[in-house]
Design a protein around this ligand. Structure first.
Ligand SMILES: Nc1nc2c([nH]c(=O)n2[C@@H]2O[C@H](COP(=O)(O)OP(=O)(O)OP(=O)(O)O)[C@@H](O)[C@H]2O)c(=O)[nH]1
Length: 351
């Protein structure tokens, strides 16, 4: 039975020890600790014994195991316990990290990531998997981005690489979205579930490229939005149409502020374009704002409250609309920037 992570001989480590020291131990817990990693939707934390059963249930599925370089099939509780023990040892030794991917809301374990810099320092190899019911929601990309932050910000590594089979399009897409690119090297990778090895094209990202992407992502995009409130105190949400980023999510009507426009003028224009209504500047009451780091830009979005407008409200872009009671706003899935706006609206409307 292959183990979940093959033992590796530290003597094989390249002569990196001649240069600066390998990163030290990562501190876990506490406000200034490196771990856990927290993202919009996830907490990435070291495993505990309570996680063995859920991990076996998820990673024991053939369609998960067959794509990884670590998971044997069938998978036993002993395999997972050994993997966790090895992870704890590596974490303590400052050589690698194994983190479970858990949902911030509810704390359920949904997958795992690992990063190993023992043999490859000052580069690191990463791996990731998400359990089947939760695939396709961008969790792996979110987790990998957090791992890159750990690699470059905290551990000061020079490069991070990963690889996947050419048929594993979802995994390759995760790398692409996280900024990794094919670098012309090939890797021989174990495939324990299949009892073989694979030749993979390696994909990587250097620290300088990652810093450059991060600087681009810090670009502030000013978007302005309105909470239209009707006579019954309900709030208008509109649904992002198919084909747009974050399609299907419910948001406040509005849009980007163009060069030379004030936020109020931009909002008046957007509300006319999107909903066919005419709005007077004096009817826009500033309420609160959203400030959120999306992967490729930083959103700054003032939210105005609007109770009076002229004209018949008509969704002009084919978008779905809903009038929602303040107490029900959280029932509507929104872009990640929006939920922090809800308490201010509820305070205003529910008193
Ligand atoms: N209007 C609006 N945009 C929001 C909200 N929350 C949020 O994250 N956004 C983001 O802010 C940006 C709004 O820009 P937009 O609506 O003018 O642009 P778009 O991407 O839909 O299309 P466009 O670039 O073709 O104009 C989008 O990235 C959108 O996802 C919200 O509540 N209302």
């Amino acid at each position: 039975m292959p183990t979940i992570e093959a033992d590796r001989d530290d003597a094989d480590r390249p002569a990196a020890a001649a240069g600066p020291a390998m990163p030290g131990r990562l501190r876990v817990g506490g406000c200034d600790a490196a771990l856990p990693l927290v993202t919009d939707r996830l907490v990435l934390r070291p495993p505990t014994a309570d996680d063995i059963a859920p991990v076996v249930a998820m990673a024991g599925v053939w369609d998960v195991a067959r794509c990884t370089a670590k998971i044997p099939h069938p998978l036993t509780e002993q395999d997972v316990a050994a993997w966790f023990a090895r992870g704890a040892q590596d974490l303590a030794g400052g050589a690698a990290v194994v983190l479970l991917v858990t949902e911030r809301a509810g704390g359920a374990v949904i997958g795992a990531v690992d990063m190993n810099w023992r043999e490859t320092w000052p580069a690191a190899e990463i791996g990731y998997w998400i359990g089947q019911p939760l695939q396709g929601r961008g969790y792996a990309t979110e987790a990998v981005r957090a791992l890159l932050g750990l690699a470059f910000d905290t551990l000061d590594l020079a490069e991070v690489f990963a690889s996947a089979e050419a048929w594993n399009a979802p995994s390759l897409r995760v790398m692409e979205k996280a900024g990794l690119r094919p670098d012309g090297q090939t890797l021989t990778v174990p495939a324990p579930a299949r009892g073989t090895t694979w030749q993979h094209d390696r994909q990587s990202i250097t620290r300088s490229r990652w810093s450059q992407r991060r600087a681009e992502a810090a670009r502030i995009v000013l978007v302005v939005a309105a909470a239209l409130v009707d006579r019954d105190g309900r709030v208008l949400l509109t649904r992002r149409p198919p084909g747009k980023p974050m399609a299907g999510l419910w948001e406040f009507p509005g849009g980007k502020v163009h060069d030379g426009e004030s936020p109020e003028r931009a909002l008046i224009r957007e509300l006319h374009e999107e909903l066919g209504i005419d709005v007077r500047h004096a009817c826009l009451a500033p309420l609160t704002f959203a400030s959120h780091a999306y992967p490729d830009f930083h959103l700054l979005m003032p939210l105005f409250v609007l109770r009076t407008w002229h004209g018949r409200l008509t969704p002009r872009e084919g978008q779905e609309v809903a009038w929602v009671r303040a107490a029900r706003l959280r029932d509507y899935p929104m872009p990640p920037a929006d939920p922090p706006l809800i308490p201010a609206l509820q305070d205003l409307l529910l008193g």
